[in-house]
Design a protein around this ligand. Sequence first.
Ligand SMILES: *Cc1c(COP(=O)(O)O)cnc(C)c1O
Length: 230
Amino acid sequence: MGVKENLDDIRERIAKACHRSGRSPDSVALAAVSKFHSRDEILEALQAGHVLFAENRAQEIVDKFPDILAHHAGAAVHFIGSLQRNKVKIILPLVSCIQSVDRREILAEIGKEAAALQKTMPILFELHTGEDSKAGFAGEQSLFEAIDLLSEYPYLRCSGLMTMAPFTREEKPIRDSFRKAIAVRDECVKRYPSLDFSCISMGMTNDFEIAIEEGSTLLRIGTAIFGERA
Ligand SMILES: *Cc1c(COP(=O)(O)O)cnc(C)c1O
């Protein structure tokens, strides 16, 4: 199947999962994770009407996206990977959200560079909820310490949380991971009533239907759209 057929199929599965959980399909956005895939494959998705992408390496954004963003109205790319401080400056002009803010130093760096560019940058805080790698804030304490720094960086716009479930076929650890993210989001809403936590980025190829049932508002799907990565 081609990218267009895959996108149609995913859209249908999203709609069904939304229906099962009493949600509107409009309440769940989809970022097509194009890492390791070519510019041509991204163009196929654009031709099928899909405009939101996500990448986990700075270099791939720099290699593939300047041209795409310049020529396709509405096209956008989010950063979802582990970000090094020295790469912040090169991706900031290109990305429309950094979903993987996972430590205070990177928050500070993004805040500083966004101010230098005078570009308001939406960010998500990445929360570690049980995924095998250790990415993300380990708990509420370290997360709150980072959120408290936001007032120093007027060009950062908090939009919510991102998390990754453990890679397993078992449903329970996946569901637990997503539920933990939602519980922390609810705490954030109480603790920071003036900030926006409406975006919950969770759900990938293997677990996106569970993520929708648990309240995801933004899916990050790669393999099911573009096929296996080389
Ligand atoms: C690669 C990646 C995805 C997409 O994974 P698939 O299983 O291919 O859908 C989602 N989120 C992050 C952070 C990733 O690195």
